[in-house]
Design a protein around this ligand. Sequence first.
Ligand code: SF4
Length: 392
Amino acid sequence: MPLHQPQSLADPSAGFPLSRESARQLRSRLCAWFDDHRRPLPWRSRSDAYAIWISEAMLQQTRVETVIPYWERFLDRLPTIDDLAEAPEEELLALWSGLGYYRRARNLRLAAIAIRNRFDGRFPDLLEDALSLPGIGPYTAGAVLSIAYDLPVAAVDGNVMRVFSRLFGLEMPWGSSALGRKVWKLAESWISMGQSAKDRDGASPRAWNQALMELGATICTAKKPSCDRCPWSGSCLALGRDRVESYPVPGAKRESVKVELETLLIVKDGRILLKQRSSTDRMAGLLECPTRELVPSGGEPRLFPGEFAPPSPTGELRVHEELAEIRHSITHHRIRATIRVAELTCATPSELPSSWRWIRPMDSGSLGLTGMTTKLLKRKAVTDFLSEASNR
Ligand code: SF4
């Protein structure tokens, strides 16, 4: 039997659209399902706020399977907030290399410094304090405070947004502030409702927030949700209307932008020449094969500003044949990059500015490289060329 009348859920002005009893039953059902079906993710065996905070920062825009080895390596290398606060930026970028959105890594360190200075090295347990830290928004604050400290703070990520859109049949478009406001309000009402003595049912904030996210990540997925296995199938408005695929209501799409690049593979004595991106560029501080934009990304700030130039006054750059082509995406930019072999004459390491570096291919995994350069160095045409060059 449905727990509610669908029409009452359809009215977004109706405040919290479930009776206390329905809300309590849905909460219990979801938490029981989570008890049985939770994935054994490594950070779930930890209760310290630091480990959870790092996992939440990494999981933004990144798949769980990708994050696991990064999280393990990060915690192994920087096991405490103090270690993170002390870490050189270069090491931090190397640990983050391949995860993208590098501002997250820089903000982690800035926040760790603030935690060490203002909160005695302990992740704060007050929402206002957590929100005052660099890079920590309402989602991350809610996730850390609820999971680490079991506090009744809502945490709405894309998964929760999608689940609530469907469960309550919300008609606001995806990505709109109206949908965001509505879902946050619902999530806050529901988590605080669970705290009153009358409604206490063993569903802790820690379990509740994780269960909601898990439902979105594994059952109520963006494509082909498994409604037949969903603990809320008897109460879901989207399913009741037989319009699951219509929710969330699509939002305005950001047009993708094509970008044409040329990138240079400069090799000498078995080493590759890489350049560090400047502090004003996107992906600042990461190393890359020198790259320039052939067709700029129409009207937007250039992803790869500048032209090829030898890094020292005595050096001469000779660009040779095309070796391969790679495709890569950065947010909505669809990149096609032509890789060309090039030669730099008369540039000994002592002549190079500090932003240029000769590296051994075998060391590339431990350095902070852009995603495109990491991809480029794994291309068969490139690895073949490097192994031939080292045998010459
Ligand atoms: S019944 Fe289907 S659409 Fe509704 S919450 Fe469950 S998985 Fe999502």
